[in-house]
Write a protein that binds this ligand. Structure first.
Ligand SMILES: Cc1ncc(COP(=O)(O)O)c(C=O)c1O
Length: 414
């Protein structure tokens, strides 16, 4: 069972004691909730979440935007809205995407969602029938695996040099090319272009999930795969890339505003699925988001975030170089929120390390939860955005103590 192999604490969170539930929920788990909950425990240094720094949440800007939104829309901001979302925000996102990609996008290409997470859920509902092949960048964002669990796909690992024959027949390819969750990796432009070429030849879809785009700590990320697809065609966009955006990492997650950009026919189909999911996303937070984007506040705020996150990343990596480099190796991420540490020679099982780390009052996310098979037990994801540099340093030192204890539990090498 997935949870027994992947979740390092107990398996009490699994619903297998509820025989009246559906099959998929019995194989599900609350790993995400557990990792997020460490954020609320003051004595635990949580390197586990994927959350922005709360002290940087722009309270005043959100307050002003709320007042402007209510003045602009009146009671309509408090109504049920159109299932596709607030038209003005769809238009604004379409014009931004047109400007950044050079393609031709209109509101018809945009579905507003309750976070990018709902976009993932709707894509699963609309595209995956049980047993169909889905090819994922591995390791894979845990939330995507969660969202698609009820659909029961047959997962395969993405190889960036895959041939069209390998991709043909798959329902879609899933990737987070900008500062991936969990690895923080930036996929090089040549690999993006090559993958798009293969996807076009294989006539499948490509889901590009892009929440970390604004967090460019060491210079520009370069064009999205959507931009490469748009550049290949004249006229209204009708390419294979299904792009997911969100304000969760660039502004605040609490607005729960995300969007899907895709060819117009697929947007209509996704809207049909959204209708039965939640009728419409919150009109109020969409109207607030419109104000924040229309005034370009998000661009100014991105600079604030980058300036704050860069020293945090550096502090975590510096401390890790001092205390963890005998046992782990990593690349310093050029953006995003995470450092991905792999145990040298696969010598440390991070599921087992995790239990000791919690005793040392530090939390991270073990790699097994990002692996659709649950088998990768030799890496861990550390978040650097949520805590101040000194707290991150303390967290790394506690982790090093957990490693020392772990090694004492291991048989001596023969
Ligand atoms: C890769 C990826 N996709 C989607 C999401 C979900 O974003 P949202 O808060 O917009 O639902 C996250 C959040 O961590 C993420 O890392």
């Amino acid at each position: 069972m997935l949870a027994d192999r992947t979740m390092p604490t107990s398996d009490a969170h699994v619903n297998h004691h509820r025989p009246d539930c559906t099959d998929w929920i019995r194989s599900s788990n609350n790993v995400t909730q557990q990792f997020l909950s460490f954020g609320g425990m003051p004595d635990v240094v949580s390197l586990a979440g994927g959350l922005p720094a709360p002290e940087l949440y722009p309270l005043q800007a959100v307050r002003d935007a709320t007042l402007r939104a209510l003045d602009r829309h009146g009671a309509a901001a408090l109504e049920y809205g159109p299932v596709e979302g607030l038209f003005a925000l769809r238009q604004l996102i379409a014009s931004r995407v047109s400007a950044t990609t050079g393609g031709t996008f209109s509101a018809d290409h945009v579905l507003l969602t309750t976070g990018a997470m709902q976009g993932l859920d709707l894509i699963g509902k609309v595209l995956i029938d049980s047993g169909e092949r889905v090819i994922v960048q591995a390791p894979t964002y845990l939330g995507a695996l969660d969202a698609w669990r009820p659909r029961r796909p047959a997962y395969e690992r993405l190889r960036w040099d895959a041939t069209p024959a390998e991709l043909r027949g798959a329902k879609f390819v899933y990737t987070v090319p900008n500062y991936s969750n969990p690895t923080g990796a930036l996929v090089p432009q040549a690999q993006r272009v090559a993958l798009l070429e293969q996807v076009l030849q294989a006539q499948t879809w490509l889901v590009e999930d892009d929440p970390y785009q604004a967090l460019q700590l060491d210079g520009p990320a370069g064009p999205s795969i959507l931009a490469h697809a748009a550049a290949r065609q004249a006229g209204a966009y009708s390419g294979p890339v299904i792009y997911l955006g969100t304000v969760s990492k660039s502004l605040v997650p609490g607005l729960r505003v995300g969007w899907v950009v895709a060819e117009a026919g697929l947007i209509q189909t996704l809207a049909l699925a959204k209708q039965s999911a939640d009728l419409s996303s919150s009109m109020l937070t969409q109207a607030i988001t419109f104000e924040l984007l229309d005034s370009q506040f998000d661009h100014a705020h991105a600079q604030t975030l980058v300036d704050a996150y860069r020293p945090r990343r550096d502090a975590l990596c510096r401390e890790a170089a001092l205390h963890l480099s005998d046992w782990f190796e990593w690349e310093v991420p050029v953006g995003g929120m995470f450092v991905w540490m792999r145990a040298k020679d696969r010598a440390i099982d991070t599921n087992a390390l995790y239990r000791l780390a919690i005793e040392e009052k530090v939390a991270f996310v073990p790699s097994s939860v990002f692996d659709f098979s649950g088998d990768d037990r030799f890496a861990m994801r550390l978040n650097f955005t949520r805590a101040a540099p000194a707290v991150l340093a303390e967290g790394v030192q506690r982790l090093a103590r957990a490693v020392q204890r772990y090694l004492k539990t291991q048989p001596a090498p023969r």
